[in-house]
Design a protein around this ligand. Sequence first.
Ligand SMILES: [Zn+2]
Length: 132
Amino acid sequence: MPLSTKKKVATRADFRCEYCLLAERVSFYSFHIEHIRSMKHGGTNELNNLAYCCPGCNYYKGSDVGTFLHESENLILFFNPRKDSWDEHSELEDGAIHGKTDMGKATGKIFKFNEIERLIFRQQLAELNLYP
Ligand SMILES: [Zn+2]
């Protein structure tokens, strides 16, 4: 992937994870350019299929594109930062990220937004006005 593409994706996201809203400047690790629809599932390197993503979110997402909630057999696609509004699908409460819709819940479940270490880190950042 050309460096110019990486720079465009990072700048477009204001150097924040487009899923959990963590800022790269407060992270210990460099962020990734993530394929919203993985190459495995026919995704491309086009800008509209790329998102800026922290290592945590990228690790848990892997090449997945969605999941199932409850007992339902309906596949629910993950939040797509190129198409969907973060505020419409998720909300913040004391550092925790809660899904407001099935899409938000499916994304949070698989991306493990509220895994205890990640939650405590975001709460500490919020106290310092470094999150979101
Ligand atoms: Zn993230």
